[in-house]
Design a protein around this ligand. Structure first.
Ligand SMILES: [Zn+2]
Length: 86
């Protein structure tokens, strides 16, 4: 009898843990809404809405974000680089 009750309690705990974990995953997905997420620019470190940053995946896991101003200055640096070489 005690063994059966013990097993039943363990099964209930496992089921509860699965639902609780599933709820946490759903909550995380909601908080990672692409329109409300605030992310830092990799270069200048300022915070922007995710929609205003250009995303680049480097390697498998690393994702970098770049703001418009940094991209502009990179572009200018690149143009200067080319004009120096010519
Ligand atoms: Zn930046």
């Amino acid at each position: 009898m005690i063994g059966l009750i013990g097993i039943a309690i363990i099964i209930l705990i496992v089921i509860f843990a699965i639902f609780y974990g599933y709820g946490l995953i759903l909550k995380q997905e909601r908080s990672q809404n692409p329109y409300s997420a605030q992310l830092k620019c990799t270069l200048c470190g300022r915070t922007f809405d995710k929609g205003k940053l250009v995303e680049r995946a480097i390697g498998i896991e690393k994702i970098y974000y770049f703001c418009g101003e940094c991209i502009q200055s990179l572009h200018e640096d690149y143009l200067n680089l080319n004009s120096k070489q010519n």
